[in-house]
Design a protein around this ligand. Sequence first.
Ligand code: PDD
Length: 284
Amino acid sequence: STVYLNGEFVPSDQAKVSVFDRGFLFGDAIYEVVSVIHGGIFDEVPHMERLERSLAKVGMPMPMSQEQFVHTILEVVDRNELDEGVVYMQITRGAGDRTFTYNSLVDAGMTQNIVMFAQHLNLLNAPAIESGLSIKTVPDIRWRRCDIKTVQLLGASLSKTAAAREGYNGIWFVDPDTHMITEGDSNNTFIVQGNTVISPGLHRNVLPGITRNVVKEIVEAAEGLEFEEADFGVDAALAADEAFATSAGLFVTGVTSLDGRPISGSKVGPITKRLRKLYIERAL
Ligand code: PDD
């Protein structure tokens, strides 16, 4: 595959970054993931806005304009003949002496590293769309700034791997203090009660998902549906009529069991199906 690295397109085996890069040493990097269907990017504007917000929250500048980013993503799509899948992009603070305190990029002579690559994935017809996901709930062991899309993903990676070894498709994190569900390893969480579609409120333990926000807008515009922001625990999720997860890549995907116990009779619910259809139609 062809990787974008700092203004150039290079074969993936030649795309190299310094071992002193702060992304490698400190997880000092911001990333984004956008879905691609038929070569078109989903919701590129809000993704670029979140990228800029995440960078600002860790004191990094946007290394190029939002328009240039979108242009480059399209070139990655093109050069990799990506019909269906995702484009991953990451921006690090750059390479420098390993010190916990960093100087400004200019003072320290650091240059941000910008990487983008494509992943070919089956998004429209993934097996979980019919069956729904079996999710394990686990304590939220992640750092407390999950509102920033950083590459500090070890908590999610360790927890999801352990759950996968037990046969689960994914995990939902539960705040150990409040016992409320925060979000998934890489998705936002929803339940449906009657005609009300509920998702936890946004705070420092939840990423403001782009898909979450689009689904919220779709629900608010839909005949006979209401959106509510409210925290819920495992028992409320098990008692819900339906549950689903959202992300770039998952779009809207049903959750049919939590900790091996069924939700909505182990079937993907009708409102989940309707929202998935509306989400994909809107973006195509
Ligand atoms: N993850 N919560 C977390 C922790 C995430 O990592 C993601 C996305 C989401 C959903 O956000 P969005 O709708 O903007 O994709 C929520 C990407 C897909 C990833 O890490 O691969």
